[in-house]
Ligand binder design. Structure first.
Ligand code: ARG
Ligand code: ZN
Length: 414
């Protein structure tokens, strides 16, 4: 069992050492005064803050690496302004790992209810293609810096009586550490193949990218469970671009992006500087071209965590032209999960999370996909990138309901 939050003095914090795990530290920082809160707010994009509310007395949660820990602590060194609690990140990670390993999958069958490393996910996709050649097609849409394949799975039901069905795009795992996201995509793929015929598959073609960021995902298994970006080396000491800041030339840069290659929200040197974002853009444009503007209604990107349904625009408060239709679908999404154990909030990232420039959903919207949604999966609790495998099934189950409800709505409303 990992420990609950432990109060700590600044002195003790400064003398932590990471040992040989590369996952870093998780710290609750509780601002005591208004100026303490202001200070945290002013440095929020310089560090990996997982939570930061405009609420005094509420802990901000920051993830620190060995590289930025001392610098961060020197900035908040006035002990009358802050209180600290240490969260046992390493313990949480070990618990997640133990649970994942404890569930031995039955020989020869892929266990959807545990987390899988990249090579097992690739085998899963291949096996789906092998077992359902008429329905499933796995294609490589690009190669990463480290030479991994970026693989998309297409699931279509061929029907004599319907010439062309609209396309739906789903991507998972753009941020490496959000493990529940690829696991949810795999659950959806399995459901679509086994049960989709009488549901969404009858009327839509699905294009699903289960691991948007294969290099980053592999790195979270091998080195650092809290890694977010891709793994392309940028400078001698800094690696990786935040792929969800690397889209949209029109507002490349913008809120919550950074031009510092060491930053977790580094946007890259220019839009589409990364092999992953280029591959996804090309794949999306090909779908648009083949299906036509009106036949590519829905684009979903799964992230974690926070239980949020985010509609355009991510970058600001300007209302999108088709707000009414977006809100109608948003309502359908909220309703579809109202009876599950998960409560979602609905709105723009700018309003309920933080404003984002260069996000993939906004790019899809600019390209003409009318309903792009970013979904922050469970949990809601702080530090929720670590999420034990016992939660996977419940997660893809309620998202399966959500996707079904959305496709029903799209059918009814043309
Ligand atoms: N997936 C989000 C991102 O792209 C992280 C959201 C998590 N934050 C939170 N406090 N719930 O940045
Ligand atoms: Zn994310």
């Amino acid at each position: 069992m990992h420990l609950g939050p432990q109060s700590l003095t600044l002195f003790a914090l400064l003398h932590w050492s990471m040992g040989d795990n590369g996952n870093g530290y998780l710290v609750n920082v509780i601002p005591v005064t208004e100026s303490a809160l202001q200070l945290l707010t002013s440095i929020r994009w310089d560090y990996d803050f997982l939570e930061l509310d405009e609420d005094l007395q509420k802990p901000a949660v920051v993830h620190l690496t060995e590289a930025d820990k001392d610098e961060f602590l020197s900035k908040i060194s006035d002990e009358s302004q802050f209180k600290f609690e240490f969260l046992d990140l390493q313990g949480m990670i070990e618990e997640e790992r133990r649970q994942n390993n404890g569930t031995l999958s039955r020989q020869g069958s892929f266990d959807l209810n545990i987390y899988h490393p990249l090579n097992e996910i690739e085998d899963f996709l291949q096996s789906k293609q092998r077992d359902h050649p008429a329905m499933v097609n796995v294609t490589t849409i690009g190669r990463t810096h480290n030479g991994q394949y970026i693989q998309m799975i297409t699931i279509k039901l061929t029907r004599e009586d319907i010439k062309m069905k609209p396309a739906i795009w789903i991507d998972c795992g753009i941020h490496a550490r959000e493990h529940i996201s690829p696991a949810t995509c795999l659950g959806l793929i399995d459901r679509l193949i086994n049960q989709g015929e009488k549901g969404p598959l009858e009327h839509f073609d699905f294009f699903i990218l289960p691991v948007f960021n294969p290099d980053g995902y592999a790195y979270t298994w091998s080195n650092d469970r809290m890694w977010r970006k891709n793994r392309r080396p940028i400078t001698r000491s800094c690696t990786g671009v935040d792929l969800n800041r690397n889209f949209v030339p029109t507002d490349f840069g913008g809120p919550s992006t950074s031009s510092n290659p060491c930053s977790n929200i580094y946007k890259g040197t220019k839009a589409f500087s990364e092999p992953e974002t280029r591959a996804v853009a090309v794949a999306n444009l090909q779908i648009m071209k083949k299906y036509g503007r009106d036949m590519f209604p829905l684009h979903m990107s799964f992230h974690s965590y926070g239980q949020m349904i985010l509609r355009p625009y991510s970058h600001g408060v300007m209302p999108p032209p088709n707000l009414r239709e977006l809100d109608a679908i948003g309502n359908v999404m909220l309703k579809s999960v109202a009876r599950s154990r998960y409560t979602y909030r609905y709105g723009t990232s700018a309003a309920i999370l933080y404003a984002v420039g260069g996000a993939s959903a906004d790019w899809a919207y600019h390209q003409g996909v009318p309903y792009p949604f970013t979904i922050e999966l469970p949990p809601q609790t702080s530090g929720g990138f670590i999420y034990p495998a016992s939660n996977i099934k419940r997660t893809y189950n309620h998202i399966w309901k959500m996707v079904n409800a959305m496709t029903r709505h799209l059918r009814r409303n043309g």
